[in-house]
Design a protein around this ligand. Structure first.
Ligand code: CP
Ligand code: NVA
Length: 303
């Protein structure tokens, strides 16, 4: 069976741990077998801009000896110039693995359905699994015993949170979520996360008070208030999220020396203050770990 990665919910805890372990080993010793994927091509099919996802995957593929082809929205016009299912069937005759960044989650699901080669979700409106794996790797670097770490996510219940809460639930990490009313994470993902967390003797907790959500946290995580594709809602969102900024005052509710995480890009003065540049911020370790995880994910897909 081909090894797609569409949502963290599709991975077992064992698979998640394997990916993190391989990524950690590759961080120590960056090159796998030299030239391993000399005859393999990765297509990056992106409908939205990207710094980390695109570059980490391209560099990962280079280190593994393979080739990458970046296809911007202008090249393919997926869904407009031709249907997603035809794009999948054509591209998978040429390349060995596809990473897609899409507006609608259903598009990456359909790509995987109609493609003969593995498809990896490089961000959709619903999920960001590659990010969540790098997040978990980063948390594990700081807290060896994941079951003792408390993660607090403050802000928008978006794609990044959907994947983060499921990866936490699957690995027994307690997560407290602080969002304004109406901005909670996806209901179906939440149901999955809550039931998995219960089995793992952990919890996924929802709060509307950011201070309550930050209380006792070892990790304080946030993401942008306006995700790509939501630009029309910007004004309303900036108002609705005003009380949810991660700053020194909010951090005073968390545990002393709690680490600060953000998937980036960050908007200082909106979802986060300059505390993102302070000594407890691990955002650039997190960004670096995207590359190590990218290698592990490509090895899983192509081996
Ligand atoms: N965190 C993340 O996915 O960044 P990019 O949007 O720059 O890829
Ligand atoms: N939630 C953000 C994440 C960017 C990496 C977005 O979807 O734009």
């Amino acid at each position: 069976m081909k090894k797609d990665l569409i949502s963290i919910a599709d991975l077992t805890t064992k698979e998640i741990n394997e990916i993190i372990d391989v990524a950690a080993k590759l961080k120590e010793k960056p090159f796998a077998k030299k030239g391993l994927f000399w005859d393999k091509t990765l297509a990056l099919l992106f409908q939205k801009p990207s710094n980390r996802t695109r570059i980490s995957l391209e560099v990962a593929m280079t280190h593994l000896g393979g080739h990458t082809m970046y296809l911007s929205p202008r090249e393919i016009e997926m869904g407009a110039r031709e249907p997603v299912k035809d794009v999948a069937r054509v591209i998978s005759r040429y390349v060995d693995v596809i990473v897609a960044r899409v507006f609608y989650h259903q598009d990456v699901v359909d790509l995987a359905k109609y493609s003969d080669v593995p498809v990896i979700n490089g961000l959709s409106d619903l999920a960001h699994p590659c990010q969540a794996l790098a997040d978990l790797m980063t948390i594990k670097e700081k807290f060896k015993n994941l079951k003792k770490a408390v993660v607090s996510y403050i802000g928008d219940g978006n794609n990044v949170l959907n994947s983060l809460m499921v990866v936490c639930a699957k690995t027994g990490v307690r997560i407290k979520i602080g969002t304004p009313k109406g901005y909670e994470p996806d209901a179906e993902m939440l149901k999955i996360a809550m039931s998995v967390a219960k089995k793992n003797k952990s919890s996924v907790e929802l709060y509307n008070d950011p201070k309550e959500a930050a209380k006792g946290a070892d990790v304080v995580y946030t993401d942008v208030w306006v995700s790509m594709g939501q630009e029309d809602e910007r004004e309303k969102r900036l108002k609705d999220f005003r009380a949810y900024q991660v700053n020194d005052e909010l951090l005073s509710k968390a545990n002393k020396n709690a680490i600060i995480m953000h998937c980036l890009p960050a908007h200082r003065g909106e979802e986060i203050s300059d505390c993102i540049d302070g000594k407890n911020s691990v955002v650039f370790d997190q960004a670096e770990n995207r590359m190590h995880v990218a290698k592990a994910v490509l090895l899983r897909a192509l081996s």
